[in-house]
Ligand binder design. Sequence first.
Ligand code: KG4
Ligand code: ZN
Length: 352
Amino acid sequence: MRVLGIETTCDETGVAIVEDGYRLLSNCVLSQVPLHERFGGVVPEIASRAHVEVITRLIERALNDAGCWENPDAAPDIDAIAVAHRPGLIGALLVGLSAAKSLSLAWGIPLIGVDHIQAHIYAAWMKSQEPFVPLPEIENAFPAIALVVSGGHTSLYRSDHWTSHRLIGTTQDDAVGEAFDKAAAILELEYPGGPAISREAEKGNRKAIRFPRTLLEPGSLDFSFSGIKTSVLYHVKGQDCRRDAPLREGISVPDVAASFETAVVDVLIEKLRRALGRENLNRAILGGGVAANRYLRSRLTELAEKEGLDIRFPDLALCTDNGAMIAGLGSMLLAAGEVQELSLDASSMASD
Ligand code: KG4
Ligand code: ZN
């Protein structure tokens, strides 16, 4: 069973072909970072237009790389088209959705709508290169706590199945990736900020500055990252300073980056531990762009060893947005008969 997956929720155009839900035959991703970096964040209108420019060629490339379109005059050798139709930027989503619908109609194959967040969770079971590994039996993978940490989301779920996730905690303000991006902008580092902060942090002292760890009320599984962002701003530019003020003299960017990253990771780990405790589980799954963070991965590996937990995270290449996770989860939905009509709509909201 071969599924073509299309991802256009934000600023990456991703198209991939996945066989049997886990074997990547191709995985093409085009990042729009150079288009957005001078604005310090994603500009929705620019994102939609950039997807329109490249989507058709990228689909063609993914099919050719996978070796499943030998006769261009006939339909390719694929069984379905999966597309991320929620949540995301509406204009960007509509580009992928329109492409997917057209191909589904033209090639006479089913259309599958995939939730982008659920796909980030599914990515933890995929490998980005050989040897590819089939999915574990369901009873060996679930129930688990899933923590999705990205530029747009910071959410905890109780997961009972590849497609069944109940929201148990979420951010009240900024998403964690957004906090990395904003802290990087304050520190005058490049966009996107996550990798930039992480690189600086490796050279810094993690205990140099005690930034706040906002845990909210006792037992809460929600997050808040706006306080730490303001603390970083006031620390590096002075009390009540604006974001475009110059850095104070003597500020060590590596020390600020290391202290910021440590505070954020402390919060993520504490909330994950609370969720595991509350649901009485010992399995966790990480997903989303921030799951690529090396310090977070090493702290989670330490935690897993110390507390006998089973924590899995995606390969580095599958943490940030990509079409492979859409095709992978799309394969599970296809197997379950969950296909959609051509009237399928896009939504900025995640599934319930
Ligand atoms: O999942 P993703 O590609 O897009 C969304 O669905 O939002 O995540 C992008 C986010 C950005 O905020 C970026 O700064 C962050 O993931 N990110 C990182 C790292 N790599 C990407 N954050 C921390 N450390 C990293 N190594
Ligand atoms: Zn994402």
